[in-house]
Each structure stands twice: as C-alpha cells, then as structure tokens.
Write a protein that binds this ligand. Structure first.
Ligand SMILES: N[C@@H](CCC(=O)N[C@@H](CS)C(=O)NCC(=O)O)C(=O)O
Length: 221
C-alpha cells in the first residue's frame, strides 16, 4: 500500500500523526510539484484530486483522512484513537468534525483565497478554474476566532479535546493550530486553555515527527 501526500498539507498531517501514534509504517509518496499543484500522474490516477489518499495493494483507493483513519482503526485498534464506548465514539466524532469544519476550513479559506499560487484554485479537488473570493479571507478570520473561543471553553474542563484521552479530535485540532502558525496566526491570549493543551501535546513524539518540513513555496518551516 502507498500513502500519497503533500508534506505541508494539514490534512495529510492528520494521517501522518495518526500513523505515528499507532506505530504503523506505510510507504509514502510526495506528489506536489514546485508550483504547488498535485502532479499530473496523481490527478490522472485519482479522480478526487486531493491528498491524502491511501492506495491499497489491490488498487482500492481510500480518500479522506477520516476514511483512512477508519480503515486503520479497524485493522489496528490499539491504542484506540476513535473511542471505545458509544458515547466516546460520538463525542470524539463530534469534536473532530468541529475542529475540521470550523478550524480547518476557516484557515483554508484564509490560505486559499490569499495565496498567489491558488489564483483560480479557490477549492481543492477541481481541475476547472474556481476563482478566489477575497471576502472569504475576513470571514475565515472570524471563523478561526470563533473556533478558538469554542475550543477554549471545551478545554477549560477537559485534558484533551474530547475528554480524558488523546484522540483524532486532538490530531485535527493540532493540525489546525499549526496551520494557523504557518499563516503567522497565533493562539489568541483570550484562549489560555487552548495554549495549555497545545503546550502539553508538544511532548508527543507523533506531534513532532509529523511536522511538515517545507512551506508551500519550498522554503523550510
Ligand atoms: N476532506 C479532505 C480534504 C483534503 C484536502 O483538502 N486536501 C488538500 C490538501 S490539505 C488538497 O488535496 N489540495 C490539493 C490542491 O489544492 O490542489 C480530507 O479530510 O482528507
């Protein structure tokens, strides 16, 4: 099997960090060009034109970080990162989705609608031109601010994002906060519990080892 990815992409890091947490080794292929476009070969091979994508030995293509997590969680349940009880599973799914919808998409709106290499590439996964919408930059900033306030409230009473245990909800939230750092956006002073949690998770090997090495323009992070 092979994992297709783009080192900088926060959604690829969601899968990398998960694999490091589990101790699973998978062959990986970087498929981004110097112009920050997914390679022609990759786009021809995978109709959804997005990374991460895991291709199994029989050719089955698994897309979406969430889909890839489900595959590995079923094969390698230890340590559990998606919850064990019905309530844990529901809480982890809900908080992971909030981190994605409110944090990841908010930052992506800022990044994609501002970056010069993303002119006419306003959304991932499309070959046809999709214009940038500059107004989404400001709306993205409002979303990110709300994300920090909501997660600050949750972390005021919880060690990890979805309760007592590290989970995929933490993985996505770490990738979101570091996406912000790459865009020179810091955790606001009004979110001290997010800062406390962020500082604590830095001790995890998976967090350090999954960090991207390059910025989109090829410079070192
Ligand atoms: N919903 C997908 C999102 C995947 C996604 O947005 N991938 C981005 C990188 S973070 C991508 O493939 N971008 C390619 C492009 O912009 O052309 C997931 O959760 O895996």
């Amino acid at each position: 099997m092979k994992l297709y990815e783009w080192d900088f992409a926060p959604n690829c890091r969601r899968v990398r960090m998960y694999l490091f947490e589990k101790g699973i080794e998978v062959e990986r292929e970087e498929c981004i060009t110097p112009d920050i476009i997914l390679s022609d070969d990759f786009r021809k091979n995978y109709k959804h034109e997005m990374v991460p994508m895991l291709e199994l030995d029989d050719g089955t293509q698994l897309g979406e970080a969430l889909g890839i997590w489900h595959y590995f969680e079923a094969l390698y349940p230890e340590p559990p990162l998606m919850g064990l009880t019905p309530v844990e599973k529901a809480l982890i799914s809900a908080w992971e989705r909030r981190a994605y919808d409110e944090g990841m998409v908010g930052h992506a709106e800022i990044f994609r609608n501002a970056h010069p290499n993303f002119i006419d590439r306003g959304l991932p996964g499309h070959s046809e031109p999709i214009p940038q919408i500059p107004a989404l930059i400001d709306r993205g900033k409002i979303r990110v601010e709300r994300f920090h306030q909501k997660f600050n409230g949750q972390l005021a009473n919880n060690k990890f994002i979805a309760g007592d245990n590290f989970s995929i909800a933490d993985i996505t939230t770490i990738c979101v906060v570091d996406f912000g750092h790459a865009l020179e956006m810091q955790i606001p002073d009004s979110a001290p519990h997010v800062k406390r949690w962020y500082d604590e998770v830095q001790d995890r090997e998976s967090v350090q080892r999954s960090k991207p090495v390059h910025m989109p323009d090829g410079s070192s992070m």
